[in-house]
Design a protein. Structure first.
Ligand code: SF4
Length: 386
């Protein structure tokens, strides 16, 4: 839990939102929809006295329903959606030659986005315009899903459970610009806040069941779950870019080089070059803001050239986020990341474009990635002052 003191948005210190969450959960007039981020499942058990095997995300869903949630979803679905848009955006910028001067950067980490705005504002236009999984999920939940259940988005409260303190601020930056101009996410609680709520509700965790998330945004993929570890967004995007360029899915070990190998500099800069059907894609993955500064300075000086760069503010990625369970003096990010890669291995689908519920969402609602509707709901404009 290094983010609390180091991440730029951590300056907010830790705002406690459990009271707000309880008020929403107890409000009979509201429909409460909760999403749970990938990294949360790799950490919550540390506080609940459960082993890894005893703590699947389905038990978090069960706890949330017992606390009064009407619908529960996995942010992995939102991560798959982010990949659909971001991989398409990357290929569009790449083939249009827009990446000559600078790479496209991922934009799903609000700690990193804030860092660019304050320290490297001239790079802002190089960020992907794709919203983060949290925000994309909220945008389709308050439109597509709200229509399905016949609710006015104003009567829905969107809560998210995040490994991250900066996500509390992210919810204030993005807006859903369709007909409904409200927030995509209403309340953000951290992994630590979730475990406090479970305890204060006197829920006996040994009785929790492993229940599925709700429809119609139920399915997730291995690509979505590895978002929580450094290198995960890059690997997920490359799987889908590979499919788009080659018409087939990549072998399972195609992009292992972008992963954290647990070595001392595992959160340092990892550079790779991939040849996808004759197309060369140069990538870099970095986590921790010190390493990030070093990378950006090298790009600025023209010493390094990449096409696509993933940045996560917390060392090791979201699994090491500031909202996760804290163990004094122990670094858990690598260990938790490994849990996510294990889950990835066991998913029926390992690529975001194979997610059946994502396909359905595009068929029924969005059309295709980067469509007008997708832009309205799923993309944002990065501005210095928000
Ligand atoms: Fe939040 Fe993840 Fe970024 Fe850390 S790396 S600030 S947990 S989004």
């Amino acid at each position: 839990g290094q983010c609390i003191t180091h991440c730029p948005v951590g300056a907010l210190s830790e705002r406690d939102d459990t009271e707000k969450a309880w008020n929403a959960l107890e409000d009979e007039t509201k429909t409460v929809v909760v999403q749970v981020a990938p990294a949360v499942r790799a950490s919550w058990a540390e506080q609940m006295g459960l082993s890894e095997e005893e703590a699947p995300v389905g038990k978090i869903f069960d706890a949330l329903k017992k606390m009064g949630a009407d619908y529960v979803f996995d942010t992995v679905f939102g991560a798959d959606l982010t990949i659909m848009e971001e991989a398409s955006e990357f290929l569009e910028r790449f083939t249009a030659g827009d990446l000559k001067e600078r790479p496209m950067f991922t934009s799903c980490c609000p700690g990193w986005v804030r860092f660019v705005k304050t320290e490297f504002p001239h790079m802002l236009s190089s960020l992907s315009t794709a919203k983060s999984p949290q925000q994309m999920f909220g945008a389709v939940m308050k439109s597509y899903f709200a229509e399905k259940i016949g609710k006015n988005p104003n009567d829905i409260v969107a809560i998210s459970v995040m490994p991250c303190v900066a996500k509390k601020a992210e919810r204030e930056m993005d807006m859903y610009y369709g007909e409904f101009a409200g927030h995509e996410t209403d309340i953000v609680i951290t992994t630590r806040e979730l475990t406090r709520m479970i305890k204060s509700a006197h829920i006996n965790v040994s009785n929790l069941e492993n229940i599925p998330s709700d429809n119609p945004m139920e399915d997730g993929t291995g690509a979505g779950v590895i978002f929580g570890a450094t290198g995960g967004v890059m690997e997920a995007a490359l799987r889908t870019a590979y499919f788009t360029l080659k018409g087939e899915n990549p072998p399972n070990d195609a992009f292992l080089r972008v992963r954290n190998d647990g070595s001392k500099d595992g959160s340092g800069i990892r550079e790779s070059e991939f040849d996808i059907d004759g197309v060369k894609v140069r990538t870099a993955v970095v986590s921790g803001l010190g390493n990030t500064r070093e990378l950006l300075e090298r790009i600025d000086k023209g010493e390094a050239n990449y096409d696509f760069v993933e940045v996560m503010a917390c060392p090791g990625g979201c699994v090491g986020g500031g909202g996760q369970i804290i163990h004094d003096g122990q670094e858990k990010a690598f260990e938790r990341g490994k849990k996510l890669y294990k889950l990835d291995d066991n998913y029926e689908y390992r690529c975001s474009h194979d997610n059946p519920d994502i396909k359905k969402l595009y068929d029924e609602y969005l059309g295709k990635p980067l469509s007008f509707k997708a832009h309205m709901l799923l993309h944002t404009e990065h501005k210095i002052n928000n």
